[in-house]
Design a protein around this ligand. Structure first.
Ligand SMILES: *[C@@H]1O[C@H](CO)[C@@H](O)[C@H](O)[C@H]1NC(C)=O
Ligand SMILES: *[C@@H]1O[C@H](CO)[C@@H](O)[C@H](O)[C@H]1NC(C)=O
Ligand SMILES: *[C@@H]1O[C@H](CO)[C@@H](O)[C@H](O)[C@H]1NC(C)=O
Ligand SMILES: *[C@@H]1O[C@H](CO)[C@@H](O)[C@H](O)[C@H]1NC(C)=O
Ligand SMILES: *[C@@H]1O[C@H](CO)[C@@H](O)[C@H](O)[C@H]1NC(C)=O
Ligand SMILES: *[C@@H]1O[C@H](CO)[C@@H](O)[C@H](O)[C@H]1NC(C)=O
Ligand SMILES: *[C@@H]1O[C@H](CO)[C@@H](O)[C@H](O)[C@H]1NC(C)=O
Length: 460
């Protein structure tokens, strides 16, 4: 019986010590917490920390220590008494009297134990409460830190933008060349030096009914289709289109005679119909932003069927990252398709690239596949349109009602960006809703407030 009591006591004592050790850790950690944040929240944390430290005073430690020492003393006494009794054992003598005395002794120890248990229970509860408070405080501190680090990141981002703008400004100031130039690389036409025109300028058979549309020639036509022209007008809300109109020649598109219509769907808009004006035709397929998604649609005019490929899921669509200038948003121009000597590209913006332009090659297989991708520093909202020549992206901006300017280039072969181009495009209408380069005739095809216009790129 006495042995089992001793066993219990031996188990309990180290438990008490470990708890007081935990208490000391807590005080230490709290006093280490950084009191430097200028936040109201921090004041609360500080107040709690001070209270917590006060609650776990050394007095409480001493109380526990005293109880433990007392217990140890009593246990030693009891052991002495028991061994004495054993030595005195002479048969039945001690059984009656001594056991009663030991019982009393044990009862006293039990009292002590209970007292100690109560104290430790209080202490334990307090340390639980303190631990919870400490946890809350740690969380609040983490929150404060997170808040602050976000501020730092936001400021850093702001600084980056300002720095970039400064650099651009510097570059523009330093640029002394009267005719900004760039080398279009392996296509062999030297440097682009001017945009002449308009070369052709007319309304379509729709007159001024539709402000948004696109037109041009197939950049990679099947034999027999070389001189065909296509026209898509966004007949619903200046945003949506559902059919392609084709003409046999430039004169028939200007006169608006003998068109052939091919419908993507009988309703407009619906799944996989056209959204936004910046589409292109390549190898008898139309490439455009599918209605209400971040997908690229490829409409095969031969089979009259649509295949799609997704852009990254953080790609802007539904008017999230359209082209614009200060006064005007070119509605739903989130995706701009471009043709050049090497095929089809899509120009868009993503959240992860901060709304800046991303270029992706589109492999024109069936279904289409997303090819190589380039991230630029050109903020999409600062451009009014883009086109590609021989692997180089060019962006335009609005200068005034009469002038659009090619101001930016990104070479996908060297990843070199320039913000100092100053090639003016003379306008007859205020806005350019569609702009694309035809690698076969080196013309820019433009849809400008219902007018279909061409310009010639002049190379040195
Ligand atoms: C400190 O003790 C007081 C009174 O026992 C209690 O109200 C308070 O919540 C405790 N504070 C902490 C931080 O444990
Ligand atoms: C037990 O031992 C202590 C000293 O170790 C002694 O003072 C006490 O009287 C003893 N009690 C009994 C019941 O023998
Ligand atoms: C200590 O007290 C708690 C609750 O008051 C009880 O559950 C536990 O059995 C006690 N421990 C001992 C060793 O008496
Ligand atoms: C612009 O010219 C100044 C003075 O010649 C030079 O210090 C600076 O680095 C140049 N900046 C750029 C972006 O070339
Ligand atoms: C560039 O084109 C415009 C518009 O056709 C023309 O007025 C201008 O003279 C051309 N500039 C050069 C340097 O050829
Ligand atoms: C369009 O369909 C025709 C007939 O099936 C096929 O030969 C052609 O490769 C398709 N075009 C594309 C771009 O998938
Ligand atoms: C481009 O147009 C702007 C605005 O009309 C004009 O100030 C500037 O001189 C033009 N640049 C050239 C090279 O013609």
């Amino acid at each position: 019986m006495s042995q089992s009591y001793i066993f219990i006591l031996m188990v309990i004592i180290p438990l008490i010590f470990s708890q007081s050790a935990r208490g000391k850790d807590c005080v230490c950690e709290l006093q280490n917490s950084d009191p430097a944040f200028p936040e109201n929240k921090l004041n609360n944390v500080e107040f709690n920390a001070i209270q917590c430290a006060r609650n776990i005073t050394s007095e409480k430690m001493i109380e526990i220590d005293r109880l433990v020492l007392g217990l140890q003393h009593r246990i030693r006494q009891l052991l002495d008494n028991v061994s004495m009794l054993e030595k005195e054992d002479n048969g039945n003598l001690y059984a009656a009297v001594s056991l009663r005395i030991i019982e009393l002794e044990l009862a006293e120890i039990q009292d002590l134990l209970d007292k100690l248990n109560r104290t430790t229970n209080n202490y334990q509860q307090q340390s639980l409460q303190t631990a919870a408070e400490f946890h809350d405080m740690t969380e609040t501190m983490a929150e404060l830190e997170k808040f602050d680090s976000l501020q730092v990141i936001a400021k850093e981002h702001e600084n980056k933008i300002i720095k970039r703008d400064l650099e651009r400004c510097n570059e523009e100031l330093n640029s002394t060349s009267p005719t900004p130039t760039l080398s279009p690389g392996p296509c062999g036409f030297g440097r682009m030096v001017n945009v002449s025109g308009p070369k052709t300028y007319s309304l379509t058979e729709y007159g001024t009914s539709y402000l948004y549309g696109a037109w041009g020639r197939d950049a990679n036509p099947a034999p027999g289709n070389e001189n065909k022209y296509w026209l898509v007008v966004l007949t619903s809300s200046n945003v949506y289109g559902n059919f392609i109109r084709q003409y046999n020649s430039l004169s028939t598109i200007i006169l608006g005679i003998e068109p052939t219509d091919t419908y993507i769907s009988s309703s407009n808009p619906t799944t996989n119909t056209i959204q936004g004006s910046n589409m292109v035709m390549y190898a008898n397929a139309l490439y455009y932003n599918c209605y209400d998604t971040y997908s690229v649609c490829q409409f095969n005019l031969t089979t009259q069927s649509v295949s799609t490929v997704d852009l990254p899921s953080d790609t802007g669509y539904d008017d999230k990252f359209p082209f614009r200038h200060l006064d005007t948003t070119y509605s739903y121009t989130d995706m701009d398709f471009a043709t050049d000597e090497s095929g089809v590209y899509v120009i868009y913006a993503t959240t992860s690239n901060f709304g800046n332009v991303v270029i992706s090659k589109i492999e024109t297989s069936n279904p289409p596949v997303l090819g190589q991708t380039w991230s630029t520093s050109l903020h999409k909202a600062t451009a009014t349109n883009t086109f590609m020549v021989c692997g180089v992206l060019f962006a335009t901006r609005y200068l005034d009602k009469k002038t659009e300017q090619i101001f930016y280039s990104y070479d996908t072969k060297t990843n070199i960006e320039r913000y100092d181009l100053k090639l003016n495009i003379t306008k007859r209408q205020t806005n350019i809703e569609f702009l694309n380069y035809d690698p076969r005739d080196h013309l820019l095809y433009v849809y400008s407030d219902a007018y279909i216009v061409t310009y010639e790129l002049v190379f040195q």
